[in-house]
Design a protein around this ligand. Structure first.
Ligand SMILES: Cc1cc2nc3c(=O)[nH]c(=O)nc-3n(C[C@H](O)[C@H](O)[C@H](O)COP(=O)(O)OP(=O)(O)OC[C@H]3O[C@@H](n4cnc5c(N)ncnc54)[C@H](O)[C@@H]3O)c2cc1C
Length: 442
């Protein structure tokens, strides 16, 4: 049975997140964008309200949310401020490798602390010289007795400057590529860990983004989330579960841009009427609404697949690149609807446009999502139609006549598509002059 409705509990969560977004996030969004800071007190309020860490399973004392809950909530946060939503969501990203790891004692040690003590955890694969090419990371993990020693720099780390814990991916051998990658849970206070300055950004300035330097950081083997050779898969599995949420950020952002554009168009007058009465503006609104709705379908489907225990990798990639690119288009068209005022800092659209620009970059660029999806479509997906050279195209003869005549067969040239009728294939194609060997019977 196909069902797009939310359960009463999910509707309640949506309402709670919506109220939090309107009352707590929206009023402070522009101030923190302006000063490029993350308000820790907001994260604490969300923590106290049970709106972060909800994805920790019940067996560890958490709420055991699925991805549907996560995307429903994230859409609401992002509708108020995409940048603050990124910081609010970051514990889910930082936690995911731990939740997916097989290290039970590590979960038992850290999950209660994260749940009970308002601890923040960030996620770090990227480095100053590497983002998309995760297998090409340089941060070193060297075995020393039972410990590992980490050396290197992680970069672009959301909440890097405010996190207590870090999910750090490193390699035992950069030349081994995928096979060398491992992952550790590192504490911010450990000797050798230092955090860089807040990186100045175009948008999402309310989310903290820094580098993290690791200098001879000693990590006990108990803190290993993935041994060498399993870290790359762990990172990819993490992305498959967190990309739907990036899609949800995009939906929330696009939804707000659309709502503001509708509001403005109904009030602004030109040529003696409201601009909402111009068909050119109505078409923009229709396309904005279409993109918001389509994005939500794709995002919810990928979240649903994950919650069903299916591998959401492909649908998450599709949802991510469609919804993130759509959000940018919607914000851009919303700005066009506002025209001059949209370009100013007095109205909300310029910030939404700046904020939306990030979605198709982090957690795998749009180019990388297309690479993943095209690889699947071309190599794994099973086509329904026969191969072109076997396609029964009959323009010159009724296929029933062909079946009735035992001496007649149809032969198709695999180069130019010409169909020849006869007992045998022709010696040469009359169109492209390829020899008989180019013909197959269809
Ligand atoms: C604000 C912000 C927050 C971030 N937060 C985090 C975080 O919390 N943790 C973390 O680990 N990282 C984080 N990142 C890093 C982010 O994931 C990377 O920026 C992203 O993966 C792209 O990597 P890159 O910037 O190094 O681009 P590059 O990998 O250098 O790519 C450059 C260009 O080449 C294209 N390209 C690269 N490879 C391919 C390919 N195979 N096929 C086609 N095109 C390709 C890219 O799409 C891009 O257009 C964050 C980034 C930003 C900007």
């Amino acid at each position: 049975m196909l069902d797009f409705s939310l359960t009463p509990e999910q509707l309640e969560l949506q309402q709670k997140a919506r109220e939090f977004a309107k009352n707590e996030i929206l009023p402070i969004a522009w101030y923190y964008d302006e000063i490029s800071e993350t308000p820790l007190q907001l994260l604490k309020k969300a923590y106290n309200a049970g709106l972060i860490n909800g994805d920790i399973p019940k067996q560890y004392g958490g709420q055991g949310w699925g991805l549907i809950e996560s995307v429903v909530m994230t859409e609401e946060f992002a509708a108020a401020c995409p940048g603050l939503a990124t910081s609010l969501f970051d514990n889910s990203l930082g936690l995911e490798p731990l939740l997916l790891s097989n290290n039970e004692s590590l979960k038992e040690k850290y999950l209660p602390r994260i749940l009970n003590d308002f601890k923040l955890i960030c996620f770090a694969t990227s480095e100053p010289t590497m983002g998309s090419d995760v297998a090409g990371m340089r941060c070193r993990a060297e075995r020393d007795g039972d410990d590992y020693i980490l050396n290197g720099t992680k970069y672009w780390i959301t909440n890097g400057g405010i996190s207590d814990y870090m999910s750090i991916f490193a390699t035992v051998d950069p030349d081994a590529q995928h096979d060398g990658i491992c992952a550790f849970l590192v504490e911010r206070d450990w000797e050798g860990v230092s955090v860089g300055r807040q990186i100045p950004k175009l948008g999402q300035r309310g989310s903290n983004t820094t580098g993290i330097n690791l200098k001879d950081v000693r990590v006990p083997k108990e803190n290993m989330m993935a041994p060498p050779g399993e870290g790359f898969i762990l990172a990819m599995k993490t992305f498959a579960r967190t990309r739907p949420a990036i899609g949800a950020f995009a939906i929330g952002t696009a939804r707000s841009a659309m709502e503001f554009a509708i509001d403005y168009a109904k009030k602004r007058r030109a040529f003696g009427t409201k601009v909402a009465n111009f068909q050119a503006i109505q078409h923009k609104i229709a396309e904005m609404y279409q993109k918001v709705e389509t994005s939500r379908l794709l995002v919810w489907k990928s979240a649903w697949e994950a919650d069903q225990g299916l591998d959401p990798t492909i649908s998450a990639s599709i949802a991510k690149f469609y919804s993130t690119e759509s959000a940018l288009e919607v914000a851009n068209e919303a700005l066009q609807t506002f025209a001059g005022y949209g370009y100013t800092k007095m109205f909300p659209i310029e910030k939404l446009l700046r904020d939306a620009r990030l979605f198709s970059i982090y957690e795998g660029t749009s180019e990388v999502q297309r690479y993943i999806v095209s690889g699947y479509a071309m190599n794994v997906y099973q086509p329904v139609m026969p191969p072109l050279e076997e396609l029964p195209i009959h323009r010159d003869m009724d296929p029933a006549d062909l079946e009735n005549d035992e001496n007649l067969s149809a032969w198709r040239c695999r180069i130019c598509g010409y169909v020849h009728y006869g007992e045998e294939a022709p010696a040469e194609c009359p169109y492209c002059f390829f020899p008989k060997s180019a013909f197959s019977e269809i």
